[in-house]
Design a protein around this ligand. Structure first.
Ligand SMILES: Cc1ncc(COP(=O)(O)O)c(C=O)c1O
Length: 401
């Protein structure tokens, strides 16, 4: 401990404290609650992929430092995946970088591309690492708030948060360096429409902005809709850093294998930052993820269908329990409105919920700079076994009484 009055934590990080996930997971443990707070699956991904990791370990693939950009097998598989799913072509040697999960990709991209004082536009509510990484890079975040466009559980049963394109345009200033986008969007479950993405692309080109697009839930888009990568819009390939993650797509969140695809200059810049963060990670797992990305379409279709059924189960259960439900178009989260339950403070509600009925959820306000905008919203994760979701629904139903 120093004797100086100066705080140990530097001022860029001072506002962030401990994440809500740590607090809520501890609460879940203490109360024996079902944890629908944090977004991790409670079953592992495909057995063949797990076996591929075991094989890589045994055969000595990746047990020593892998190459900085990622092992060639994985970079090639990423390129094939982008071509097969979206018709996008990338050079595996110059236009791909493997990272320690999407988390490192976000950090390295922001550290590489920002100068202190640059402004970053991000869609609020946002994934919590965005604000911290923008701060670490010395940037200034400029939130553009997604707002409910339809009442929860409206006629179609589908809630939706919309991007106000005029607000987005008005947020751009001469200091804006980049837009940090996330679709499918955590926590709202919104999938930006083709028209919204086209407008973002047009704005980025017109104002000469870079875009970092976090597409880790690309394979979790429901009701027959398709994920559309921003990089596929005219003028965007050369100004977009696209982020993917094996953790989300193959249910191995602990392996921390993520990646970016982008034009050579952008990849080189992000690699410059990444090399001093982790240098390399996840050696043997990289080989396994290369195999995973080559799984047949039936895997991806089954993954999506399984989560769609879980979305429907949890959404219906939450509605029955009295929540306003924004049934998500993508991701494995459902955002709810607690006001129909007669309360409006999501923090207080989530802190009390484990004692009241043995379920943990996350107050969406933690994802907002404008906390009042997110106050009545609460997020539940449905990447859990059906039996666990059924039990959670049974417990939550007691709230309706
Ligand atoms: C929107 C979003 N981006 C990135 C991540 C982090 O991904 P990874 O586990 O690959 O680091 C998450 C994890 O919850 C997320 O929800």
């Amino acid at each position: 401990m120093t004797s100086s009055a100066r705080p140990l934590l530097n001022r860029r990080l001072a506002e962030f404290g401990t994440t809500i996930f740590a607090e809520m997971s501890a609460l879940a443990q203490r109360t024996g609650s079902i944890n629908l707070g944090q977004g991790f699956p409670d079953t592992d991904g495909p057995e063949a992929v797990r076996e591929a990791a075991v094989r890589a370990l045994r055969e000595g693939h990746g047990n020593q430092y892998p190459p900085g950009p990622g092992v060639p097998e994985l970079r090639t598989a990423i390129v094939e995946h982008q071509r097969r799913r979206y018709g996008l072509s990338y050079d595996p040697d110059q236009e791909v970088l493997v990272t320690a999960g999407a988390t490192e990709a976000i950090a390295a991209a922001l550290l590489a591309l920002l100068e202190p004082g640059d402004e970053v536009i991000a869609l609020e509510p946002y994934y919590d690492s965005y604000a911290a990484c923008i701060a670490m890079a010395g940037g200034t975040r400029v939130p553009v708030t997604l707002r409910p466009a339809a009442a929860p559980g409206g006629e179609s049963g589908q809630g939706h948060f919309a991007l106000d394109l005029d607000e987005l345009r008005a947020a751009v200033t001469p200091r804006t360096r980049l837009i940090l986008l996330n679709t499918p969007h955590n926590p709202t479950g919104t999938v930006l429409t083709r028209a919204e993405l086209a407008a973002v692309a047009e704005l980025a080109c017109e104002r000469d902005l870079l875009v970092i697009t976090d597409e880790v839930y690309e394979h979790l888009v429901f009701d027959g809709a398709e994920h559309i990568p921003l990089a596929s819009f005219p003028g965007m390939r050369e100004r977009t850093v696209t982020i993917g993650s094996a953790g989300k797509t193959f249910s191995f969140t602990g392996w921390k294998v993520g990646w970016i695809t982008a034009a050579p200059g952008l990849v080189a810049a992000v690699r410059s930052a990444k090399q001093f963060l982790t240098y390399v990670t996840s050696g043997p797992f990289q080989y396994a993820v290369a195999e995973a990305l080559r799984l047949p379409d039936s895997y991806f279709d089954g993954f999506r269908a399984d989560h769609q059924a879980k979305r429907d189960l949890l959404s219906a259960g939450l509605a029955k329990a009295g929540f306003g439900v924004f049934r998500p178009a993508g991701t494995y989260f459902v955002t709810t409105d607690i006001r129909p339950l007669g309360v409006s403070d999501g923090f207080a509600f989530c802190r009390a919920l484990p004692e009241r009925c043995g379920v943990v959820a996350i107050p969406n306000a933690v994802f907002y700079d404008h906390r009042d905008q997110g106050a009545p919203f609460v997020r539940f994760a449905f990447c859990k076994r059906t039996a666990v979701l059924e039990e959670a629904v049974a417990r939550l139903t007691s709230l309706a009484a």
